[in-house]
Ligand binder design. Structure first.
Ligand code: GUN
Length: 280
């Protein structure tokens, strides 16, 4: 269907461009390198890490992995991160979330050098985003903006509604939309009468993690809907939007699977390359 956004093509086109940039850097003896630290037993995280590894291989980014078991301590994690912070051959450091519950996640994330924080989770990078300065932008919001930009729509004055207020998606995507002159509303689990907001949304971003939360009657005719949800229901992956019933009402919608998730990994690769370019 024409209004289902072909995210795969957007990603493939960007991958080709990125590969050319990486090959250029290599000719200048700069070999982009990403260090990934996995400290959990979560199967979804392992799937993400495999996806990152695969795209690193495809593009020629060096992927260094630290797979840690439950005996790891916060001190050990900080030791690894501090070593990576100092290592000039490492461009990006990523700690896969969540980490084991006994670890101090906040301290771990804040120890990553803001210059190597390719997830854009460090308070310094989030702060720069808030004030509209150039910074490393977290991967899912960056990918969402790439999808929206591919549609060629001017966001100025548009009503953008974000459902979800997480540090990974909701808050940063709200900042990015605001920086592009959209009128932004953030809704969350305590919002009353959610549909009062969503019905007015020219652009609706849904990042909640509740299958089919957003129904047809909650959506404005001709809206652009970005579905960030990945929910496993009876062995199938479903988004946060009831896509089947919504698709005829919207101007554009992202599919799940094969939507925003694809751009998240690509954005990570782009962030690593952006940092590697600074070595010049
Ligand atoms: N876990 C779920 N999404 C993400 C992400 O974007 N980055 C990291 N580091 N962990 C995650």
């Amino acid at each position: 269907m024409q209004n289902i956004i072909d995210v795969k093509s957007i990603v493939n086109e960007s991958k080709e461009k990125l590969k050319i940039e990486i090959d250029k850097l290599k000719k200048e003896n700069i070999h982009p390198k990403l260090a990934v630290i996995l400290a959990n037993n979560d199967s979804a995280s392992q799937i993400y890490v495999n996806k990152k590894r695969k795209m690193c291989e495809e593009l020629g980014i060096i992927d260094e992995e630290y797979i840690l078991d439950e005996s790891v301590t916060t001190e050990k994690m900080l030791e690894i991160i501090n070593k990576l912070n100092k290592d000039k051959s490492v461009d990006g450091i990523l700690v896969q979330l969540p980490v084991f519950s006994h670890l101090d996640e906040k301290l771990i994330l804040n120890t990553i050098s803001p210059q190597k924080d390719v997830d854009g989770f460090h308070p310094e990078n989030l702060g720069r985003l808030l004030i509209g300065e150039d910074t490393i932008v977290s991967c899912t919001p960056k990918g969402i903006m790439k999808i929206i930009d591919s549609l060629g729509e001017d966001l100025t004055g548009k009503n953008a509604v974000v459902i979800g207020r997480s540090r990974i998606v909701g808050k940063p995507i709200a900042c990015l939309l605001l920086n592009r002159n959209a009128t932004v509303t953030i809704c969350h689990s305590k919002t009353k009468n959610l549909e009062n907001y969503t019905k007015n949304a020219d652009i609706l971003i849904v990042a909640v993690g509740k299958a089919s939360l957003v129904k047809k009657e909650m959506i404005k005719d001709g809206a652009i809907v970005i579905d960030v949800g990945i929910n496993r229901i009876d062995g199938k992956i479903k988004g946060d939007v009831d896509t089947l019933n919504v698709v005829d009402k919207v101007k554009y919608i992202t599919p799940v699977p094969g939507g925003v998730g694809l751009t998240t990994v690509l954005s990570l690769m782009e962030n690593v390359v952006e940092v590697a370019k600074r070595r010049k």
